[in-house]
Design a binder for this molecule. Structure first.
Ligand SMILES: C[S@@+](CC[C@H](N)C(=O)[O-])C[C@H]1O[C@@H](n2cnc3c(N)ncnc32)[C@H](O)[C@@H]1O
Length: 380
């Protein structure tokens, strides 16, 4: 069976590596997606275990069209009763880039009509559309004249892990946080500090990696559980296998924040992810933070400046650079920010640079090595 795992820009390589470890075959990277092959067990496993997939699609038909009526006709030829019953509700997510359709919504409507008419012809009844909480989510992808109709096996996107109880002012997407850790090569073998942890997303994703906790462990459901032919026994075994490696964290993971409210939110989220014993949290101003050891990795997602006054961002980033140089020699630091001007005030030369997106914001995700007497760069 062929599948498509969707992800965020820049995470395709780490997702492909995850899929290979989970047992996927014929893996190939695309733009914000990774194509792979495997069986239904693998589909369940990827949904339950992958940290960097946003959703996993199962294509059911691929074809070419010349008109909107063509789309309707060819969608009527799909044997929908193989995947759902007339009693199921459904919804369509259209992704359309084509001259044939002026409105993306219209393409979705033609597919909805085809599903409804298919069942009406078969049984005299039609399934209802439910855009809020459907049983079956159909993905319609049209690129010029090429159409791919898929079922979304995740339904609720996989970044919604199920552990978040509290929302910070600017929380990182969980898939992005996990992707940052995997890009940096963090695998739970080095101590980790997030000195601006907000609601705790980076420490929690790190805790899940260190403790081998499947990313999907806290979710209530996955889309494939409503599919016709869903095998609960296979999924029970999938969960059991995934959970069998859970262990105590072998390393120290800490999160700090200057805001009392943020730390309280992080405490709740960490508790809900079952990681209270593995993650140390405290209220702290980064400028006064000092560690006893001189080895570990620091991840910082500082404010990008949208809510700060002019000049404040530069002094904040300058302070981050000074504190890293003075208090964290021996550490590696990774900083993600959309504010490329302010990043220069860190005053250290990045050893690696990656482009990632935090929502719509293009960000640099930079690595800095903090040896004694770190090299300075001239600020522009
Ligand atoms: C963009 S948010 C981090 C969001 C976080 N990654 C999450 O997923 O929720 C930046 C955080 O930096 C904190 N912060 C700003 N200045 C700080 C300082 N001097 N020391 C520690 N934390 C600081 C803010 O309180 C805020 O929670």
């Amino acid at each position: 069976m062929k599948f498509v795992a969707k992800t965020l820009f820049g995470l395709e390589k780490v997702l492909a590596e995850e899929l290979a470890i989970l047992g996927a075959k014929s893996i190939s990277q695309a733009n914000r997606a990774v194509l792979f092959e495997g069986d239904i067990r693998l589909l369940y496993r990827v949904n339950y275990m992958s940290r960097t997939a946003l959703s996993v699609l199962m294509p059911v038909k691929e074809f070419w069209i010349k008109s909107a009526d063509d789309l309707y006709r060819k969608c009527m030829q799909i044997e929908w009763d193989n995947y759902m019953d007339v009693g199921n509700t459904f919804s369509v997510t259209p992704v359309v880039q084509s001259q044939i359709f002026n409105h993306t919504g219209y393409a979705g409507l033609r597919l909805k009509d085809a599903v409804a008419d298919y069942f009406r012809k078969l049984s005299g009844k039609r399934p209802s559309v439910d855009n809020e909480n459907p049983d079956i989510l159909i993905n319609l992808h049209i690129s010029n004249d090429k159409v791919t109709v898929s079922l979304d096996s995740s339904l609720i996107p996989l970044f919604k892990r199920g552990y978040r109880k509290e929302q910070a002012a600017a929380p990182l997407n969980e898939v992005l946080a996990a992707g940052m850790l995997l890009i940096s090569g963090w695998n739970g073998s080095k101590d980790l500090i997030d000195p601006m942890c907000g609601s705790g997303t980076i420490p929690i994703e790190a805790g899940l990696i260190a403790c081998n906790v499947p990313a999907g462990r806290f979710r209530k459901s996955f889309g494939f559980q409503k599919w016709k032919g869903y095998d609960p026994e296979i999924f029970r075994v999938t969960r059991e296998e995934g959970d069998s490696g859970i262990r105590k964290s072998p390393v120290r993971i800490s999160g700090y924040d200057i805001s009392e409210i943020a730390v309280k939110q992080a405490v709740k989220n960490v508790g809900s992810a079952g990681l209270t014993d593995s993650i140390y949290l405290a209220e702290y101003d980064f400028r006064t933070l000092k560690m006893a050891d001189n080895e570990g990795v620091i991840y910082i997602n500082p404010p990008y400046g949208e809510r700060l006054l002019p000049g404040e961002t530069e002094s904040l980033y300058g302070m981050i650079g000074t504190t890293l140089k003075h208090n964290f020699s021996g550490y590696s630091a990774w900083i993600i920010s959309s504010n490329k001007e302010s990043l220069k005030y860190i005053g250290l030369k990045p050893k690696e640079k990656h482009i990632l997106f935090n929502g719509a914001l293009e960000c640099s995700f930079n690595k800095y090595e903090l040896y004694q007497g770190s090299r300075k760069i001239r600020m522009k």
